[in-house]
Each structure stands twice: as C-alpha cells, then as structure tokens.
Design a protein around this ligand. Structure first.
Ligand code: 13P
Ligand code: SF4
Length: 297
C-alpha cells in the first residue's frame, strides 16, 4: 500500500501532511509530519495540487482557508477534535459584548466559524507571542482553558478571559500529578503540552507544543512525554539515541481514526474534500494569516 500511495501521490501531484499524533504507518508515508503551526505553514506554501491532511477536521479546514486554490482532502470524514466543539461564535460574541475593548484570540483547535469572528488565531507553539503582540489589557481566549492559564502566567499585563470557562482536551487533562511522580521516579526529564492541567504544567520541567518537544529533544537523554502517545514515536524516529516514554492510555481516538487504507482511498477517490463557504473562509483567513505572520513563539 505504501508503494500505491507513493504512485498516486506522484500521479496526482499530491502532498501528504500528517500531525505528530497520527499512527506510525501514516507518519511514514507523509511528506511532512509536524505540529499544527508547522503543518499550516506547509499547507499555505505548497504548490501541490492536492493536500491530503492526516489529522482532524480543523487542521484540514485551516489548510483549505490558507490555500483555497488547492483540493484539500481529509481521509476520514468525521475525524474531529472534541475540544474545538466546546466553543461557538455566539459564545465569543457574547463575551465581546461584556468586554467590548477585548481582543478575541482563538486556539487553532476551533471551528472555522469561531476563527471567522476572531482577531487572531494561535497554536500552542505561539500563543504567548500572539497575545503579547496584541498588547491589549483584555483578551478573550478560547476554547482551551489550560492553554489560557499557561499564557496568563506569562503575560502579566493582559487579563485573559477564558471562553468557555473550562474548555479542555480529554487526552491532556488525563495526566495527573501521579504521572509526574512516576516520571520522576524513572529519572526522566518531564515535558508536557500546555493543554495539560496547571498542576501538571507546574510540576513538569518543560511545557511545549508538539513541535516544541522536537526542538527541545536534544537537551536531555531521557524524557517522559506528557501528551498523546504517538508523539513519543515521532521523537524516537527523529532521535533514535534518546529515550522517550509515553503513557499508554494517552490516546486521541480522533487522530487514530486515520489508517493507511484511508490515506490510500482518500488519494484514489479524492475524498473527502474540504468545502467551506467562500465568505466564511474570507472572514477566517485574516485571523489565521495574522498568526502565520507572527510565527513561532
Ligand atoms: P500541537 O499544535 O502542539 O501539535 O497540538 C495540537 C493538538 O491537537 C494538541 O492536542
Ligand atoms: Fe483535540 Fe485533544 Fe485530540 Fe488534540 S489531542 S486533537 S486537542 S482531542
């Protein structure tokens, strides 16, 4: 199947982008594996005719908004992020009515409709930098409340208003202080994602996006990686002489929906094409482009 995928990719001038949480065999056929920000930049800049996005729907939608002339395919139609569905544009507009001076920052893990009412989008790689760049007294921030708290601790001159008050990722909030203790007992350096609960963030040695974890990997020999378990696979592939320990139960079931057979079928039948209304894409594009211009944190 790998050969067939490679052939179809050549024939159709396609590129395969895969998030760090994708299954190992899907990562292996991808042209680029990365975090949300890296994949967005790749999607924006590619001149491939087809982008096959192995991830969840908000990632493929962001790719389409950034590069609307390309055909963007999501191999599994219903691969979606539960966190993204914890926020609606109405929630953001209601918060803005209460705080008319506040800017609206939405995490990339959100629907296109939420991005359309935001001033700027961020990922976990650049959330602090995005909020700093706004230089506002108040910022409405959603949907992840742990990422909001992470940013709040680093931007003392801005008040963040999390919307909804307790938006969360079920994978990352599954980590506890007991996991941190066990990682300590193993003598590993602990790195967690900013979607983890604040007590876990504070007890960890580093906090980083999945791309940030790649950047930091050479700093230590042996790591406990407090994020979705496939991240450890990604790190072991890149740094085979280092140790990366994951938690077996830390699984994003939505990311795992995409199998190699789905990638093949997606390329063969050119499904499932991401189609969004033009006006929605137009309204969301500015907020995403602003984030890309700010770059990594
Ligand atoms: P990254 O942008 O850090 O890869 O995170 C994406 C995500 O969905 C985390 O759960
Ligand atoms: Fe969404 Fe969490 Fe899965 Fe990331 S790990 S895609 S935030 S459910």
């Amino acid at each position: 199947m790998r050969d067939d995928i490679a052939r179809l990719k050549r024939e159709k001038k396609a590129i395969i982008l895969a998030h760090n949480y994708q299954r190992p065999e899907v990562q292996a056929v991808a042209d680029v594996v990365g975090d949300s920000l890296e994949l967005s930049v790749q999607a924006k800049n590619t001149d491939a005719e087809i982008i096959v996005f192995c991830g969840v729907d908000f990632m493929a939608e962001t790719a389409k908004i950034l590069n609307p002339a390309r055909k963007v395919l999501l191999p599994v139609k219903d691969a979606t992020c539960p966190l993204a569905h914890m926020l609606t544009p109405e929630d953001l507009l209601a918060a803005r009515r209460e705080h008319p001076e506040a800017a609206i920052v939405v995490y990339i893990n959100s629907t296109a409709a939420c991005k359309a009412v935001a001033d700027v989008v961020c990922t976990s790689a650049n959330a602090v930098r995005v909020v700093e760049a706004l230089n506002k007294r108040e910022v409405i921030f959603g949907p992840d409340a742990n990422l909001a708290a992470y940013v709040q601790a680093r931007v003392p001159n801005t008040r963040l208003i999390p919307v909804p008050p307790h938006g969360y990722c079920y994978v990352h909030t599954g980590f506890t202080l007991q996991d941190v203790d066990e990682a300590r007992q193993k003598g590993t350096t602990i790195i967690c994602h900013p979607e983890c609960n604040i007590d876990v963030q504070q007890a960890s040695d580093y906090i980083a996006s999945t791309g940030g974890m790649v950047q930091k990997a050479l700093l230590h020999r042996s790591w406990s990686v407090l994020t979705e378990k496939e991240m450890a696979h990604r790190l072991r592939t890149l740094f085979p002489d280092r140790t990366f320990i994951a938690k077996d139960g830390a699984i994003c079931h939505e990311m795992k929906k995409t199998r190699l057979s789905d990638v093949y079928r997606s390329l063969l039948h050119e499904e499932y094409e991401v189609i969004l209304p033009e006006d929605l894409m137009h309204r969301a594009r500015g907020a995403i482009e602003r984030m890309i211009a700010i770059g990594r944190g």
